[in-house]
Design a protein around this ligand. Structure first.
Ligand code: G4P
Length: 287
């Protein structure tokens, strides 16, 4: 492989993103964190607990339509146990509503609302916001939650005019723009996984090493036979797939760039299969 796996991060951008996120977090009672169900750990942020402090958090494993339902149940159990947060599986593109998300958000915020009332304030709706890494489905979740509500209740003190609250029901107001969790990651493998699910900009990497990294993970996984069968090959490399598709450049060399782009697209569209690419850690605490 001529090109090495190298995904480039922008530290300045991370500091700014964290600052913007913190400003928004100050406005809410409860946080709805969206993750990509294909990478339930890699689509979380190492600093999330520190960023949120005591703020209650509801975890959504979104894009559940792209993974195996039974396997996802194991992850839900693991994440519930380790994060101590409620965990809900969602498909923000599907037809099912997100009533369970609304109920859980309201329940999580109730102690805060009760505390305000005990200080003599009138009951008010809980305030929530959606956060998550790029492309995990934050806007889709917001759209789904706000679809049936026409009530834009406008800016509150400290909120810029671009940010509106939408009354989801008498008990819940939602900020209509999401908080973006920066895709800072501690290692290249996590970065590659974020690239597989389009959470990292395509400008940050070349497709060949990223697609090969995907093939390497799949080769060592229980999904190997399924992938080999999909591409009708024995060994999962860009070269074997390029040959099997007859993607050859003029000078008789294999068109590995085209192959890499196709593999990534096949994966992203869920065509190869329904895969979860993270593994449940044996002795580690989840974010
Ligand atoms: P973001 O705000 O977190 O950046 O994500 P956004 O909602 O924009 O969603 C990113 C992409 O993921 C969109 O696809 C969206 O349709 C898709 N998506 C969101 N939730 C789900 C889900 O639960 N399952 C599946 N399969 N896809 C989901 P896109 O290609 O950018 O646009 P389009 O497909 O809507 O045209």
């Amino acid at each position: 492989m001529s090109k090495e796996l190298h995904i480039h991060w922008y530290p300045g951008h991370i500091a700014k993103a964290e600052r913007q996120l913190k400003e928004k977090l100050n406005l809410v009672d409860v946080v709805i964190e969206v993750r990509d169900a294909r990478i339930p750990l890699s689509s979380s942020y190492t600093n999330i607990k520190k960023l949120l402090g005591e703020k209650p958090r509801l975890l959504l494993l979104n894009k559940a339509d792209l993974v195996d339902k039974e396997e996802l149940k194991t992850w839900v159990k693991y994440l519930k146990e380790t994060t101590k947060c409620p965990v809900i599986v969602t498909d923000a593109k599907g037809s099912k509503d997100l009533a369970l998300v609304v109920k859980n958000a309201v329940d999580l915020a109730e102690p805060k609302i009760q505390a305000l009332m005990s200080k003599g304030l009138l009951r008010r709706p809980a305030r929530a916001m959606v956060v998550g890494m790029p492309n995990v489905g934050k806007s889709s979740v917001i759209n789904k939650l706000t679809k049936s509500s026409k009530t834009k209740i406008g800016a509150k003190a400290g909120v810029t005019r671009q940010q509106q609250w939408v009354r989801i029901n008498p008990k819940l107001d939602l900020l209509d723009t999401p908080g973006i969790i920066p895709t800072k990651q501690d290692n290249q493998l996590q970065a590659a996984k974020l690239a597989f699910v389009s959470s990292v900009s395509e400008n940050a990497y070349s497709p060949e090493p990223v697609a090969q990294a995907l093939l390497d993970i799949l080769s060592e996984s229980k999904y190997m036979a399924q992938v080999a069968d999909f591409y009708k090959i024995d060994k999962l490399t860009l070269e074997t797939i390029a040959k099997s598709r007859n993607w050859i450049l003029k000078a008789d060399s294999l068109d590995t760039e085209r192959t890499a782009k196709y593999i990534l697209k096949d994966f992203r569209d869920g065509r190869i299969g329904k895969f979860i690419l993270d593994e449940i850690p044996v002795n580690e605490e989840a974010n």
